[in-house]
Design a protein around this ligand. Structure first.
Ligand code: GDP
Length: 303
């Protein structure tokens, strides 16, 4: 789509330009070619381990197919990128929704990564699809977090359930679930505080919220989405590892992909964490959120 293309413009301009340059100067698939490819991938935030995995898979594929032509090698790399991403399962991309009844989605992540914005954007999408959406202001810790969510609620037209600043987030969640059920809400999006400095506290807080949801909503929470800022590169990877130790993350939202020229972090996350990137943020507006499409991404790099 056009939005997607525009959002990945920066990534395309450097990561993808360099890839295309490598293939434009292509002579043969020799060690120099692989060296340059490795350097290029690492430079695009793909990460060391993931880079080696990709180039190793490519080496085997090239051998297997006896690929010599530029176009054959290019197709092989696209295939390997998609393979690495999907690992045989394309259904993992979609947000899991409860077919009959309330869906609850928890959002975790440190301050500033774009959690509130993502909740607003996703609420907007579901509202546009005709679903009934409610927001829960579970980040009672950061000053201003509640107000910010209320602003998004007003902007997109979703009810926001809020408690007091400094109050118990699990109590807010309890209230929100109760209201959501009463009002036959389809989707409840829950904001949480992301205090990684105190992991035990964070873990307890998230577990408590989850218990409240599990008790009131069958199979809930249906997703625990970790929000990461793509512009922070390997720092985002570190955060992801820490959150993964704290709670069961079911998917990743990678925000600000429009603000990075690298974009390879998507591959690193998938490979190193075994968690799919489900949504990507491509701007600050309410329409700037897209389902991540590995095919579109891999082919887009060579467009
Ligand atoms: P939170 O603290 O995690 O809730 O982060 P916010 O939602 O307040 O977002 C922090 C800043 O990042 C805000 O200025 C947002 O407008 C901006 N932001 C969020 N997502 C995106 C995105 O996908 N692209 C860009 N360019 N900016 C974003």
């Amino acid at each position: 789509t056009e939005k997607y293309e525009k959002g990945l413009e920066k990534t395309r301009k450097s990561f993808s330009d360099r890839l295309n340059e490598l293939f434009a100067n292509f002579r043969s698939v020799d060690e120099d070619f692989f060296d340059e490819l490795e350097e290029l991938l690492i430079g695009a935030d793909v990460g060391f381990d993931t880079t080696l995995k990709i180039t190793e898979a490519l080496r085997q594929e090239v051998k297997l197919r006896n690929a010599k032509e530029q176009s054959e090698v290019q197709n092989a790399i696209i295939e390997k990128l998609v393979d690495l991403y999907e690992q045989g399962d394309t259904t993992k991309q979609a947000i899991k929704l409860n077919a009959d009844g309330l869906t609850v989605i928890l959002f975790v992540g440190v301050n500033g990564v774009g959690k509130t914005t993502t909740i607003g954007k996703l609420a907007h999408q579901y509202l546009q699809e005709g679903k009934k959406v409610m927001l829960a202001a579970g980040d009672t810790f950061r000053a201003g977090a509640i107000d910010q969510l209320v602003v998004w609620g007003e902007r997109v037209g979703a009810t926001v359930v809020r408690g007091k600043e400094g109050g118990d987030p699990a109590a807010v969640v309890f209230d929100a679930v109760k209201h959501a059920k009463e009002q036959q809400t389809d989707i409840l999006l829950v904001d949480t505080a992301g205090r990684l400095q105190n992991k035990v506290h964070l873990m307890n807080e998230l577990e408590k919220m989850k218990r409240v949801i599990e008790k009131e909503v069958p199979d809930g929470p249906h997703e625990v989405l970790l929000v990461l800022d793509a512009t922070t590169g390997q720092n985002a990877m570190i955060q992801a590892k820490q959150f993964k130790e704290t709670t069961d993350v079911t998917g990743i939202v990678l925000t600000k992909l429009d603000g990075t020229a690298k974009g390879g972090i998507v591959l690193a996350i998938r490979n190193e964490l075994q968690i799919p990137v489900k949504l990507v943020g491509l701007g600050e507006g309410m329409d700037d959120l897209q389902v991540f499409d590995p095919n579109e991404y891999a082919y887009g790099l060579f467009a």
